[in-house]
Ligand binder design. Sequence first.
Ligand SMILES: NC(=O)C1=CN([C@@H]2O[C@H](COP(=O)(O)OP(=O)(O)OC[C@H]3O[C@@H](n4cnc5c(N)ncnc54)[C@H](OP(=O)(O)O)[C@@H]3O)[C@@H](O)[C@H]2O)C=CC1
Ligand SMILES: O=C/C=C/c1ccc(O)c(O)c1
Ligand SMILES: [Zn+2]
Ligand SMILES: [Zn+2]
Length: 366
Amino acid sequence: MAPTAAAEQQQQLPQARKALGLAAHDASGHLTPIRITRRNTGDDDVSIKVLYCGICHSDLHTIKNEWRNSIYPVVAGHEIAGVVTEVGKNVARFKAGDNVGVGCMVNTCRSCESCEEGSENYCSRVVFTYNSVDRDGTVTYGGYSEMVVVSERFVVQFPDGLPLDRGAPLLCAGVTVYVPMKQHGLSEPGKHVGVIGLGGLGHVAVKFAKAFGMKVTVISTSPEKRHEAVERLGADAFVVSTNASDMKSVMGTMHGIINTACASTSMYSYFALLKPKGKMILVGLPEKPLQVPAFALVGGGKTLAGSCMGSISDTQEMMDFAAKHGVAADVELVRADEVNTALERLAKGDVRYRFVIDIGNTLKSD
Ligand SMILES: NC(=O)C1=CN([C@@H]2O[C@H](COP(=O)(O)OP(=O)(O)OC[C@H]3O[C@@H](n4cnc5c(N)ncnc54)[C@H](OP(=O)(O)O)[C@@H]3O)[C@@H](O)[C@H]2O)C=CC1
Ligand SMILES: O=C/C=C/c1ccc(O)c(O)c1
Ligand SMILES: [Zn+2]
Ligand SMILES: [Zn+2]
């Protein structure tokens, strides 16, 4: 079935219920309340009352159509923490009352090589939590809404001890930085990792790196973040990317860099920070292409790699690790009616370090 318009989609779900959400209707970046339709709880489904939802920069890219793929109305949100209200008859892992999380994806083909090997985040038919066409032809709506209905296999348990508001951002930001650090040998004690961009992803990368026992240097465009990066987040060093002497002081010292920048920059000076054979892992998804001079990469035998989200088992592993090691996001909790101000502030880089919408207490119809 082809993607359907919102009104048509609502008529096509015979077993469905209404839920309140917050939607972008165009690229202005402004959200307004919307009534959306959620399917009834299927045999393999978990219905979840959303309590908290983080605001990822990908939400903003999509709300503003910066990736040129937005399907309006967009109900964003893929850092969803909530409580189970109902489960289908085949669901074994969850029951009503469980605290659970949903991240960036809600469906896959379940049969391709990536799905078979447990890398379903790289399924070519992955269905993202919002702004995606699901296998039944409906467009997905995310966690800026009262409730979600998700197939059991895309739901993770919220471990005891991890607060739901500060844990919600881990469901995207957390797993997105945790996985490449593990995969590329950047989780070994004593190694030196750089983190470009001290935002939602970046500040969690610093926390995971410290939990792994690594040396961490933040590479930032914002000198005013220096104090808190070192004193509160535990970074070992902080350099300003536009300050030549700062950059020179850490040149050739890093085994790897996790690049979380949400906007495009010249990569030349960043590659100089890597040791020979060092790895630059891109997770940021700027609207505009990156500039990568060949000499910056080839000379030192350096690697440029990308990484996208994480699998569901990666996500559960990361949540359990976070609970065990006391890793959680630093959040600014906002009311649903403050979401537009939060989006404006995120666009300016004015957030310490993740906005989380208090959906459970504040998303109400007038
Ligand atoms: N690969 C994946 O699976 C995922 C990708 N993403 C993408 O990662 C990116 C970051 O997301 P998120 O952390 O939520 O965003 P934030 O806005 O919270 O943080 C991004 C940070 O990038 C830095 N930055 C901003 N502009 C520039 C610039 N011109 N040059 C260098 N650095 C810059 C800033 O840090 P500072 O002030 O320290 O310079 C800013 O805080 C987004 O593009 C998002 O879409 C997000 C989740 C998953
Ligand atoms: O915030 C997470 C977004 C991940 C993402 C990765 C790739 C892609 O094409 C997207 O639309 C989103
Ligand atoms: Zn995200
Ligand atoms: Zn697949």
